[in-house]
Structure formats: structure tokens, C-alpha cells
Design a protein around this ligand. Structure first.
Ligand code: PLP
Length: 427
């Protein structure tokens, strides 16, 4: 059977970004069964015992309550399960001094779905055939944005400026405000903070500046807070969640231990929420309610925020410290290597300036010594211009054991040294 696909069908049946590379990674892992392989490519969070226990306890409570039948045996509102919406409103109003009502909140089946709705509600062609762009103000960013629009030409990313500290081998991306343009052709703005893949946290001032550029044009700004406080609180630097008339604060419970249950949360102006809610009603009626019911309990009791700060954050922050000190010891000082400042998320991002081979070839060489990281070029969705930097970076997952991270980074340093050296010899 070879069905004829529509334009959207063709578009949506392609694997984009890192999902395409995952095929190669999975084949490598399968072929290497029995062989010692350090897989530092995963985006899947680890199961932390305290976090798993929290979800078990919430589930046990739900199972023994009279609410159970209502949760799993009945349809609900498209906006989401009321106890979860109430718990989020109460928590955020108290924590951040807001005045949220249920009209400001939408629950979606994971936050990826939320970006799919928003990308197609605010981006793409208007009734008058005007193309509204989905602007990513700082590339690299989350690879999943590459597949969210039914109109791929709508996605448009901007190159950042690089803040480089040569002597400490550190760098940080910043939005390039001399280039960033938000106009009547902009449908929405989208960025992750903390950022997957780089661990960058763009500053409060930078967020406010972006929101202020978009506000006069009524352009919604989606802040992907999948790693932000209050849960999962995977920020290692101070950051304040920003709210505002044109801001959609978007959260995910995936990195707070619930990726299998698919819970995404959007908070914002009721007109924005309403447009997304209607999309959801058409697409899926509503999110599954079991995950929402246990999340309501974990948020209402304050346990999710507490465990995020006391368990989830220090766990990954320590992993970053292991990676940082291993690289400092193993990487030769005379190589132009740069680690992105580890400000959050569950990844490290390494830039090998003037790398003599492509990121893909380097990834292949690393595989030969049993280490798997993700070549960086798939993390620049929407960046159309050629830029050598795209082929000089690597995402390293902090989900490996300390030992795997140490050995993996020692081998990374060894391969880097060989690659730069062989280029010098052949030059
Ligand atoms: N946004 C970012 C920055 C992510 O890293 C991820 C997943 O890794 C997502 C969104 C999607 O998360 P989910 O759909 O599980 O909420």
C-alpha cells in the first residue's frame, strides 16, 4: 500500500532534527549490544527514586479516592481538568503575585503539542495569504521546533552573538538585537529558557526586551519553560519567570518526572488561551486526565516544587560539574574548545572552533571509541543561512552515570586532540 499523501501529509511524515539522528543512534546501540557504549545522547530524564515515589503516592491517593471514576471514566473540558487548573492558578498567583483564573490556563498533552497548536494558530498563511513567521530569536534552540509548523517556510531563526571567554574556555549565546526583527509579518516568537540544547538562560532583561518588541504588534511570545522554575527548576543560575499581556508561559511536567503522562501547561492572556483551546478541541478533545489528576495533587501539596528544588536540580547540576571538571582536566589548553555556560537544563553544549571535520564526521569517530553524543547541526531549526558554527558543536546529555560522563569526556578530548593534530600535520 502506497497512499497518496497531501502536502501536510508529506511534511508531517518526515522525521526532523534530532529524531532523524536518533535512528542512527538506536541502530548503533542495537549493533553494539555487549560492547561498552557510553550513550550521552539521551533527552529522556532519568528516573530519580524520590520523584518516582512522589508520583506513586499521588497515584495511590487518586486510586483510593472517589474522584477516580470521574477522572478516567468520563470526558472533560478541552481546557483541562479543573483541579489541575485550580492548583496551577493558586500556586502561580501566590508564588508570583498574579491574578490568574481558569481562563488563563490550558492543559495540553505534553508541551510539544502546545507548540504545534501555537505554531499553526499564529504562524503560517493568513486568510489574505500573508505569511506570518514563527520567529526563533536565538539559534540554536530546541530541535522539536523544526517539525511544529505545517508551513515549514514560516519558521525563521536568528543567529546569536557569542560572548566568548577564551582563557576559561567558556562561552554564552546572546540574542542579537541588531538583527532581530519583529514586524507585522511576525506571527509569534518562541524560545526555550533554560535552553535545550545549550543550557543557556537568556537574561530577564533580554526576555523583557523581546517581549517589548513584540507587544505593540500584538505578537504572542511563547517562553518554553520546560526546564524552568518552579518545576522542574532545572536552572542553575537565578532567573525570574516573566509574565505579561503578550507572553505565553509554557510549561511541561516531563522533566519533573512525568514524560509518559504528557502534561503541558500554557499560561497567558485569555484570548491567546482560547484560540489554542479551540485548536485542541478540534484535534484531540482534551488531554488525558489521569496525569492531570496526579499533577494536581503534587502541585497543590507543594511537593512537586520542593522535590524539584531539592532533588532534581542538584542531581543534574552535579552531573554538569562532573562534566566541567573532566573537560578542564582532559582538554588541552591550546585547543579552541568552548563549553557553553551551564545555566540550566539537562545538557552540556561544546563548541570546537575551526573543527577541521564536520560535526557528523566527529560523531562517527567518537562512536568508534564507544561514545555517543549528538552532532549539533540538528539544533538550528529555521536558521537558513550557512554558518560554519552549526557544524562545530555537540550536545552531551547529563543523563549518563558520573563514570560514563567522565570516561565519555576523556575520550571526547582524546578524539578532539587527534582530529586537530591530523589537520595540522596534513596542512
Ligand atoms: N521544549 C523543550 C525545550 C524540550 O526539551 C522538550 C523535550 O525534551 C519539549 C519542549 C517537549 O516536551 P514535552 O512535549 O514532553 O512536554
Amino acid at each position: 500500500m502506497n497512499p497518496a499523501l497531501t502536502k501536510f501529509g508529506v511534511q508531517m511524515s518526515k522525521l526532523t532534527g534530532v529524531r532523524a539522528i536518533m535512528k542512527d543512534i538506536n541502530e548503533t546501540l542495537r549493533a553494539g549490544i555487549g560492547q561498552e557504549l557510553m550513550n550521552l545522547s539521551a533527552g529522556n530524564p532519568l528516573i530519580l527514586p524520590e520523584v518516582e515515589q512522589l508520583w506513586r503516592d499521588c497515584t495511590a491517593e487518586l486510586l483510593s479516592s472517589s474522584e477516580y471514576g470521574e477522572v478516567v471514566c468520563r470526558y472533560g473540558y478541552s481546557r483541562g481538568y479543573s483541579p489541575l487548573i485550580e492548583a496551577v492558578a493558586k500556586d502561580f498567583n501566590k508564588r508570583y503575585g498574579l491574578n490568574l483564573t481558569e481562563r488563563n490556563i490550558l492543559i495540553t498533552p505534553g508541551s510539544q503539542t502546545l507548540y504545534f497548536y501555537a505554531a499553526n494558530v499564529f504562524g503560517g498563511y493568513t486568510i489574505n495569504e500573508q505569511l506570518k513567521q514563527i520567529v526563533l530569536p536565538l539559534s540554536p534552540d530546541y530541535t522539536g521546533y523544526g517539525g511544529v509548523s505545517l508551513v515549514p517556510e514560516a519558521l525563521f531563526a536568528y543567529k546569536p552573538t557569542l560572548d566568548i571567554d577564551t582563557s576559561s574556555h567558556r562561552f554564552k549565546y546572546r540574542p542579537d538585537f541588531s538583527q532581530l526583527s519583529i514586524t507585522e509579518n511576525t506571527g509569534c516568537v518562541l524560545f526555550s529558557r533554560p535552553c535545550n540544547p545549550t543550557g543557556n538562560v537568556i537574561t530577564d532583561e533580554e526576555v523583557e526586551k523581546i517581549a517589548a518588541l513584540a507587544a505593540p504588534l500584538n505578537v504572542p511570545v511563547l517562553i518554553d519553560s520546560a526546564y524552568a522554575p518552579p518545576f522542574p527548576a532545572l536552572n542553575y543560575t537565578e532567573m525570574t519567570p516573566t509574565f505579561g499581556e503578550n507572553i505565553l508561559h509554557c510549561m511541561s511536567l516531563s522533566k519533573a518526572g512525568l514524560p509518559g503522562e504528557r502534561v503541558g501547561i500554557a499560561i497567558g492572556n485569555e484570548k491567546l488561551i482560547e484560540a489554542l483551546e479551540c485548536f485542541q478541541a478540534n484535534a484531540s478533545l482534551h488531554s488525558s486526565r489521569y496525569g492531570q489528576a496526579i499533577a494536581a495533587r503534587a502541585i497543590d501539596s507543594g511537593e512537586l516544587a520542593r522535590i524539584s528544588e531539592t532533588v532534581i536540580r542538584p542531581f543534574y547540576q552535579n552531573k554538569f560539574a562532573v562534566l566541567e571538571s573532566t573537560l578542564a582536566a582532559a582538554m588541552p589548553d591550546n585547543l579552541p574548545w568552548f563549553l557553553h555556560r551551564g545555566e540550566g537544563a539537562i545538557f552540556a553544549w561544546i563548541w570546537l572552533q575551526d573543527l577541521p571535520i564536520s560535526d557528523w564526521d566527529f560523531y562517527q569517530q567518537l562512536k568508534k571509541v564507544g561514545v555517543i553524543v549528538v552532532p549539533g547541526n540538528s539544533f538550528f531549526p529555521g536558521l537558513h543561512e550557512e554558518w560554519e558554527h552549526k557544524h562545530q558543536c555537540f550536545r552531551v546529555s547529563l543523563t549518563g552515570s558520573d563514570e560514563e560522563i567522565k570516561t565519555g569526556m576523556q575520550r571526547f578530548a582524546q578524539v578532539a586532540q587527534e582530529v586537530y593534530q591530523s589537520a595540522t600535520v596534513s596542512a
